[in-house]
Every structure is written in structure tokens, then in C-alpha cells.
Write a protein of this length. Structure first.
Length: 358
């Protein structure tokens, strides 16, 4: 879609902790891409600012871009997402004839969480472009909306603790693709499993990925030590923070030590383990994957709709949930799941459950 210009910035309430207020910056917003399923709404949101902004702040990778008064609704006036102040919420509801009470969530007013991160920040000839990924999620279920309306009045830009808020008025309407609002899931059952400790409680494929949930019994909870040891070199790597970990990771022998460390902490290994450290070392055949009847292999996806969990629910029980890159387009009636459990590969054979069309 094209950039949407602000239609004005009159009568916008300014709140505390919004830093320096800028109402003279020419600014545009667009949604580059988005994905919506039952529990996730992820959008790549780009902001285009004129060179006037360079008088105030340096635009680089240290920028944090957020939209503090964003409200997202659909064609039925269901509130999909909001993280704004009570005053902003009440004014929006009044202006749009909505009868909702602030944070009184229900089936038409979704309780959505958010995580977001910067995609890029770059200079043009006479302007700046900043893009952030907004990953919104809910524990209930999003409606099968055909339109999404993004309404916001503020762009918050922060760098090294200094905050600027650009005022405007943006109203962006998106048409949701049919495959998203007509989304369905196909479920699978276990035919055979090579590990007695595995209890598969979920196996389904959608338009965005293949999800599998496994409860692992007889899996003792390890002690997390801030230390890595490479048996081959006899080298010990200690760390107390992400920064220290990244510093020692420059050692060429660090990779094997880190993988061994992960095996102690996490019973199941996948390709994209511990993404917060930016480490993606495991090749596909050393991690976990799924395979269709055509021999195609799929590792865990980094799609915005990814659902993932891995934690100990007791001293000897681990809950594993992961989304792989197979979708309904390449799923087959029989699927093989290969799980790397403490360094050993175990096979789970799955078969699609026939759908009841009645």
C-alpha cells in the first residue's frame, strides 16, 4: 500500500513521558505487510519523515519506534488491539459511537499483548524511513475480520533515553486476504512415536505453519549456570549478560561450547534456538524438523505468526510447542516429525484426521 499522510494534528491530548512534542514534521505511515491468524496479528509498519527530523535526533539502528495511542478495529467495530491511555480510549469510543469500558475485555474488545522490534532505519535524499515490526497476540481468538482499521495520532521515536513524539492523525484501512479470514486448521493424530517420554497434545497445520505441542515426561530440570565449557579444547567461557556472551562468542571454539550448553538447558533442539542471542548455528539435520510425504523438510519458522514455547512445568516435565514452516499448501496426509531430544533424533509419525463435512 502507499504511504498515508496525516490529516492534521488538532485537539490531540499530550500526556506525560512523551518527551519533546513535534507538530511541524511532515510524516507518512504505511503498512508494508501483515499476517493474521487466530492468535497473532503481525504488521510491518513504516514511517516516512522529512529532513526536519534530523534537527532533533539521529536516525540509526539505536532508534525505538512505537505508536503509543494505536487502536485497531475491524469492519464490525471489534477492537482488535489498543494500548493507549484511558482518556484516548474514551474519546475514540465517543467519536465512533462505541459502547466499551476501558480494559473491560470481552469478545468484541480483545485483550492483546505486544512485542515489537526495529526492522530498519535509513536515510534518503531528503527524508528518513523507519520500519518496525508490531507483533500482537491474544490468548483468546481473533475474529475472522475482512478489514482492519489502524487509527493513531502519535509516533514515538526514542534514542538513548531521549524521546520525541510526532503528532498527526492517521487512519489506515487494510483489506484482509481471503486466506486469512477464511482460515481453517487441519489436525493430525499420532500413528507411532519412538520415544515413550513424548505425549503429543497438538498437531495441526494452517495457512501460516505447522504447530506441534509435546509434553515431555521423565525430563529432569537442569541447573542454569552462566558458564560454557568446550571439552575438546578444555576452555571455559563465563558470562553474566547478553553483552558478555556475545563478546566471548568471537572465539572460534565458542560455537561447540554453546551448543553443549544449550543441550543441558533445553531438552529439544531446533534450528533457531535462543534467538535473543542471535545464534542460529544448528544445521537442519542437527536440529528438529518435519517432513512431508514428498520428502520436503521444514525447520521452525520465523514467520510473524509463529507460536513457540519451551519451559519446565515441574521438576521432571517439559512443555514444548513449536511452529514449523510447512503450511496447508505443502502438507500431506502423512507427516514425519523428527525431534532432537538430548542430542538423539526420535521419529513421530502423524496422519491427518479426516474432516467432518456434515
Amino acid at each position: 500500500m502507499d504511504y498515508v499522510e496525516s490529516t492534521g494534528n488538532e485537539n490531540i491530548e499530550v500526556e506525560e513521558n512523551e518527551g519533546t512534542i513535534l507538530d511541524n514534521i511532515k510524516s507518512e505511515i504505511k503498512i508494508d505487510d501483515f499476517v493474521m491468524d487466530d492468535y497473532n496479528l503481525s504488521a510491518d509498519i513504516s514511517v516516512h519523515l522529512d529532513n526536519e527530523m534530523s534537527k532533533y535526533i539521529t536516525i540509526d539502528k539505536d532508534i525505538k519506534l512505537t505508536f503509543p495511542d494505536l487502536i485497531i478495529t475491524d469492519e464490525n467495530q471489534t477492537i482488535i488491539y489498543e494500548n493507549c491511555s484511558k482518556e484516548r480510549f474514551n474519546n475514540y469510543c465517543k467519536d465512533n459511537n462505541l459502547n466499551y469500558k476501558y480494559r473491560d475485555f470481552n469478545e468484541n474488545y480483545m485483550n492483546s499483548g505486544l512485542n515489537n522490534f526495529l526492522n530498519y532505519a535509513e536515510h534518503g535524499t531528503d527524508s528518513f524511513s523507519i520500519s518496525t515490526k508490531y507483533n500482537m497476540y491474544t490468548s483468546t481468538e481473533y475474529p475472522k475480520s475482512k478489514k482492519l482499521i489502524f487509527n493513531l495520532n502519535k509516533i514515538r521515536i526514542e534514542r538513548n533515553g531521549v524521546v520525541y513524539t510526532v503528532l498527526g492523525n492517521w487512519n489506515i484501512t487494510l483489506d484482509v486476504p481471503e486466506k486469512m479470514y477464511n482460515r481453517t486448521a487441519e489436525y493430525y493424530k499420532v500413528i507411532s512415536c519412538e520415544c515413550d517420554n513424548f505425549d503429543v497434545y497438538m498437531a495441526k497445520v494452517t495457512d501460516t505453519g505447522f504447530e506441534i505441542g509435546i509434553t515431555l515426561s521423565n525430563t529432569p530440570k537442569p541447573v542454569d549456570s552462566k558458564e560454557l565449557y568446550n571439552e575438546k579444547t578444555g576452555t571455559t567461557y563465563g558470562f553474566n549478560s547478553k553483552e558478555e556472551l556475545l563478546k566471548v562468542s568471537t572465539d572460534p571454539n565458542f560455537e561447540k561450547a554453546y551448543i553443549e550448553y544449550q543441550k543441558r538447558l533445553v531438552p529439544i533442539q531446533v534450528v533457531h534456538h535462543f534467538p535473543m542471542y542471535g545464534v542460529n548455528w544448528l544445521p537442519l539435520n542437527d536440529g528438529s524438523w518435519i517432513e512431508n510425504s514428498n520428502g520436503e523438510k521444514f525447520d521452525c519458522t520465523m514467520n510473524p505468526a509463529r507460536k513457540q514455547n519451551g519451559n519446565f512445568t515441574s521438576d521432571d516435565t517439559f512443555d514444548f510447542y513449536e511452529t514449523f514452516g510447512m503450511t496447508k499448501n505443502n502438507a500431506t496426509d502423512k507427516i514425519t516429525t523428527i525431534i532432537n531430544y538430548y542430542g538423539e533424533h526420535y521419529k513421530i509419525e502423524l496422519e491427518k484426521i479426516p474432516q467432518n463435512n456434515n
